[in-house]
Design a protein around this ligand. Structure first.
Ligand code: ATP
Ligand code: MG
Length: 248
């Protein structure tokens, strides 16, 4: 009896579907309610609902830097924003020529810094080394990089990730007015840089486990013959040794 009525129900359902152009699959209801509730509460989708949110734009975090050399601080920033904001990807964008640092010290050639970042990232899912600024050449300006990326990958939403120290200097960046108007920033805390970001910028704070590690400190350690093990992944230590970087 139960079997017969189930068949009758199915047949009725098929008749209904063939007559009506709009038919909402009941099994989709729960996942869609969860998805829309999540988006309503947080403004973001999450990976577990990827089926329901296939239509949303790809959201990519851009962490620009000199990475001379990359270290655990950079990797933790990338992983935390990826996780906390539910991004699709974070790219570590290696400056070709960090114009605000040029002349202060000798900077390792960009291709080598890119190789160090690729070694640091390894096979980490959804975190990648990017050589886009090296391809563009010349001084590296975030606004120009973002224009190039938007042209290459239209429809992607870009979030510019910076540490609190870099955020403090945003007003000094190239074409700061346009940058301020067009882009949203993600600001992560960094020990020793407690001040708020300059006003007028769209900054989303993301709290990460604080790591008091910097490239300057790694360079100083290597120059004085001390170990940098565990401050950066082993493959980076190996390349620094092989290329005899930062020996002074
Ligand atoms: P340097 O000492 O040579 O300036 P750095 O450690 O600051 O090197 P950068 O390549 O200048 O590294 O930094 C790239 C980006 O990563 C910047 O936005 C910076 O604020 C951020 N960053 C670097 N290290 C940390 C850290 N330990 N915690 C939070 N943010 C960091
Ligand atoms: Mg720095």
């Amino acid at each position: 009896m139960g079997w017969i009525s189930l068949n009758a129900y199915r047949a009725g359902l098929e008749r209904y579907k063939s007559k009506h152009s709009f038919y909402y699959e009941p099994s989709r209801l729960w996942s869609d309610i969860r998805h829309f509730w999540h988006v309503f509460l947080t403004g973001y989708g999450s990976e577990s609902m990827s089926g329901a949110i296939a239509q949303r734009p790809k959201r990519v975090g851009i962490l620009g830097g000199t990475f001379d050399p990359p270290h655990l601080g950079h990797l933790v920033v990338a992983d935390q924003v990826l996780d906390q904001l539910g991004l699709d990807e974070v790219r570590l964008v290696v400056n070709n020529s960090p114009w605000q640092k040029v002349g202060e010290r000798e900077i390792t050639p960009p291709q080598r810094r890119l190789a160090l970042v690729a070694a640091a990232v390894g096979a980490a899912p959804r975190v990648a080394a990017s050589g886009v600024e090296i391809e563009l050449g010349g001084p590296s300006y975030s606004l120009v990089t973002l224009e190039a990326l938007s042209a290459r990958e239209p429809g992607t939403e870009w979030l510019v990730v910076v540490g609190a120290d870099a955020a403090a200097g945003l007003d000094t960046w190239h074409r700061a007015d346009e940058l301020r108007e067009r882009h949203e920033f993600v600001v992560v805390n960094r020990p020793g840089h407690e001040g708020p970001p300059p006003s007028g910028w769209r900054c989303r704070p993301v709290e990460i486990p604080a790591l008091d590690v910097s490239s300057s400190e790694l360079r100083r350690l290597v120059a004085s013959g001390r170990s940098i093990r565990w401050l950066t992944p082993d493959p980076v230590v190996e390349l620094i040794d092989r290329w005899r970087l930062y020996r002074g």
